[in-house]
Design a binder for this molecule. Structure first.
Ligand code: ATP
Length: 470
């Protein structure tokens, strides 16, 4: 028994296709991951049918449970349904031919081999028969199994044709190399560099899907380095490409901010699966090129790059088609604050500076600290150890202050409603002035974060601006 067909679902499909007298195969990622003994991130099963994929999908679903809802995409000749943890997609075998300049292929019915030829890589073109007579038989016309063994990404056809037909495959090649830790075969990679410009015809939605997957690799820098080498990065992500390079003046050089950002990203990837924290790591120095200055006395300066960088994020997110919501704000906040813990660790750490940082970072303080530690990429071990030691101290201080003052989720001990009721005023400017004064006094440690002290200050501040309780 083929171990890739261990699940009941294959038995059911087998019964259906055998009784319908059509041939069907499980193909693509399921087979690849099974041979690699890779844990499936999602459980997608792709079934290719020599005939109507939609018909077989309906019949299989009906056999399992008539209540299952089958989604049909007539235009693509595909249908899918969900069962248990699986998403099972059925497609009729097809032959595709593309015209240059067009993103839409001319599609005709085809044989299994035609269908395998239109797949992106040999490792994704492996098929296993599901019909009773040939159940479990491998069909591997392009030596995908051997490429799996040798950890190679290679196109089944001439790579120029595969990439020109659907240029997204260039990003997929790099994504798979990064995800699976494979090498892209030399002529396949050369072809990517030759066809890089064609990525422009691919929709941004598809591009960002692959970029996000690269970002989620164990070692995401591998993917970005390949994108750069292939000449794709400057097209799909010019702001990141701009970080490349080192300038030297009077014998002073700054670091290569592209390689540094990738190192920070790899560091954070070891620590967290949070994709937005990973985006923040990748983009934390994005404004270095626009803020770069050479000051003869001090050397290279990137003054304000954290602030300018955080302001650049909405444009970058819009262009990349990343969400413009609280996730974006989180990335902006981390970039804006990414120098604060370092500055803190280099100065005498005052309680009020720590309190302010806690207040501004709020819930995201732990992620911010993780980003800052990931940002220490110095090769000088003594320097690195010193920074880490300083950070341990900042963390300790953060904990102490948080336990004492609880400003992480700051809720004003006296709120607007209480100010309005106390002075018998309408909502307006005065309420804001008093609220601000209370918050600032708490953050500066002038009063404790408690109701009674805040109320006293409210009365005092009210008097100063001409308000008295009725
Ligand atoms: P993952 O789930 O990690 O993305 P996968 O191989 O299952 O891996 P899918 O995008 O779900 O990736 O695609 C399923 C299969 O469809 C692939 O294994 C491949 O055979 C084929 N395929 C997907 N996209 C393309 C494409 N752009 N060009 C050619 N074949 C493709």
């Amino acid at each position: 028994m083929n171990i890739c067909l261990n699940d009941k679902i294959f038995e059911i499909i087998s019964e259906v296709v055998t009784s319908e007298k059509v041939k069907a195969f499980v193909i693509g990622g399921w087979v690849r991951d099974c041979i690699m003994k890779r844990d499936h991130p999602g459980k997608d099963i792709d079934i290719v049918v020599i005939g109507s994929g939609i018909g077989i999908a309906r019949k299989t679903a009906r056999r399992i449970d008539p209540k299952i809802k089958v989604s049909v995409f007539k235009n693509f000749g595909t249908a899918m349904f969900r069962w248990k943890d699986y998403e099972i997609e059925f497609v009729g075998a097809r032959k595709e031919s593309y015209e240059r300049g067009s993103r839409k292929p001319v599609v005709e019915d085809g044989t299994l081999e035609d269908d395998q030829m239109r797949r992106d890589f040999t490792i994704n073109a492996l098929a296993i028969s599901l019909n009773k007579e040939t159940y479990g038989e491998f069909l591997d016309p392009f030596e995908g199994t051997s490429d799996l063994k040798n950890r190679i990404i290679r196109t089944p056809l001439d790579p120029d044709r595969t990439f020109s037909d659907d240029p997204l495959r260039m990003l997929r090649a790099i994504r798979f190399a990064c995800q699976l830790n494979f090498t892209i075969k030399e002529n396949t990679f050369i072809s990517i560099t030759k066809n890089a410009e064609r990525i422009r015809i691919v929709s941004q939605e598809r591009i960002i899907g692959e970029l996000n997957k690269i970002l989620m690799c164990h070692h995401p820098s591998t993917g970005f380095i390949l994108l750069e080498k292939a000449g794709l990065l400057s097209i799909i992500f010019p702001e990141l490409d701009n970080l490349k390079g080192v300038e030297r003046k009077d014998g002073k050089a700054h670091k290569d901010n592209f390689l540094h950002s990738l190192k920070v990203l790899d560091n954070i990837a070891k620590h967290s699966e949070n994709i937005w924290l990973r985006w923040a790591a990748l983009l934390h120095d994005i404004a270095k090129p626009v803020t770069k200055k050479y000051l003869p006395e001090a050397g290279w300066s990137f003054h304000g790059h954290e602030y300018i960088g955080s302001k650049m994020i909405p444009d970058i997110f819009r262009k990349l088609k990343l969400p413009l919501n609280e996730k974006m704000k989180y990335v902006q906040k981390l970039i804006d604050l990414h120098l604060r813990p370092i500055v803190l660790s280099q100065e005498v750490v005052t309680d009020s500076a720590v309190r302010r940082l806690l207040f501004e970072a709020g819930e995201d303080i732990d992620d911010l600290m993780a980003l800052c530690e990931a940002d220490i990429t110095s090769k000088n071990e003594t320097k690195k150890a010193l920074h880490l030691e300083n950070f341990r101290y900042v963390r300790k201080k953060l904990k102490e202050i948080e336990e004492k003052d609880a400003v992480r989720n700051f809720q004003p001990p006296v709120d607007g409603a209480e100010i309005i009721a106390t002075f018998g005023i309408k909502p307006g400017r005065e309420v804001g002035i008093i609220k601000n004064a209370i918050r600032e006094a708490i953050l500066d440690g002038i009063i404790p974060n408690e109701h009674e002290a805040a109320r006293k200050l409210m009365i005092k501040k009210g008097k100063e601006i001409g308000l008295t309780p009725p």
